[in-house]
Write a protein that binds this ligand. Structure first.
Ligand SMILES: [Zn+2]
Length: 333
């Protein structure tokens, strides 16, 4: 604060008079109301654009250089868990141990596991039409685009699974989609999700949505927009915004906790089940593979939290530079 006053004091020396006088250290002095408003708009928009550009570039770069290579490493074909018959028997065992009923004629609402062959994929795609865009979906899409975590269409999701790059548990349909080849071990992780769902219902899912669709974008927005300095006055709204910006890193990390909890617990259940039921090599592979997948989620959470923080700091620097520039211009003008 002292340093800032000193700078302002130096800026405000009026050299036009022989006796050097000090102006009040208010940078807005000398501006008309109209100039003040346009100055604020200019400062705000430059700070937001600059901060967001940094967020955008960093997120894109890290996706390219960390997420993609990581995914490639994680989803490479393996010689483990490729025996479908043996896997299927283990799947039945895990369902039984967790009191999850598989789908049968007698129990049509039970859990279904569909191995996505080319034929099944084509059949689903030809039948399935994309759901009509609702306001909720449009908002989710926009938030996804802004935060660079775009939502995927049904076709895109199923294509990834068919290509062996993912597996998916759909709680509403009580269904697990598995790739036909590769990722044999992932089915146990997906059953882990089904067990989680049995325990917690929609709770974790809703908390996850609250984090990714509200808390994370809101923190990003506040970090870009809120660049005012504390003026000593007690303003509750203002201090809430300042708190959010100051603790952006922790808040965004917090917003990712439900996802980390869900994924971590699903993998923990898978590994716990596989102990003593599979060969030591297979168990070791499952541990490593599921551990890496979790590490991937964790790194992602740290990256997005870091990016929001950096974007906020950048926005602050730009805002101060513009304010300083405007102040100097007034002195000269
Ligand atoms: Zn998962």
């Amino acid at each position: 604060m002292k340093v800032k006053n000193l700078i302002n004091a130096n800026n405000n020396i009026d050299f036009s008079k022989k006796n050097i006088t000090f102006k009040k250290s208010s940078p807005s002095e000398g501006f008309s109301n109209k100039e003040k408003i346009s100055g604020t708009i200019k400062e705000k928009s430059l700070a937001i654009i600059g901060g967001y550009s940094v967020f955008y570039s960093l997120t894109k770069l890290l996706k390219l250089f960390i997420n993609k290579p990581f995914a490639k490493y994680f989803f490479k074909p393996s010689q483990y868990f490729t025996d479908q018959e043996k896997n299927y028997a283990l799947v039945q065992k895990m369902l039984l141990e967790n009191n999850i009923l598989p789908k049968t004629n007698a129990n049509p609402k039970g859990l279904r596991i569909i191995y996505l062959t080319e034929k099944i994929f084509n059949k689903i795609i030809s039948q399935k039409t994309e759901p009509k865009p609702t306001i909720k979906k449009i908002i989710i899409d926009i938030i996804g685009k802004i935060t660079l975590s775009p939502t995927k269409t049904v076709r895109e999701r199923l294509t990834k699974i068919k290509e062996g790059k993912n597996a998916n548990f759909l709680s509403k349909a009580n269904l697990i989609f598995m790739p036909e080849k590769k990722l044999g071990h992932a089915v146990f992780h997906e059953i882990g999700h089904a067990v989680n769902y049995k325990f917690f219902g929609k709770k974790v899912f809703l908390l996850n949505q609250l984090g990714s669709l509200i808390l994370y974008p809101l923190t990003l927005g506040i970090s870009l927009f809120n660049n005012e300095r504390k003026n000593g006055k007690k303003d509750k709204k203002k201090s809430a915004l300042n708190f959010t910006k100051k603790h952006a890193l922790e808040i965004v990390l917090l917003s990712q906790l439900p996802l980390l909890f869900e994924e971590g617990l699903a993998s923990k259940r898978a590994i716990h089940f596989l102990k003593n039921k599979t060969s030591p090599q297979e168990l070791k592979f499952a541990k490593k593979s599921l551990g890496l997948a979790f590490l991937h989620y964790l790194i992602n959470a740290v990256i997005i939290a870091g990016n929001v923080k950096i974007a906020g700091v950048t926005s602050n620097i730009i805002s101060n530079k513009v304010k300083q520039h405007q102040s100097v211009t007034t002195q000269l003008g």
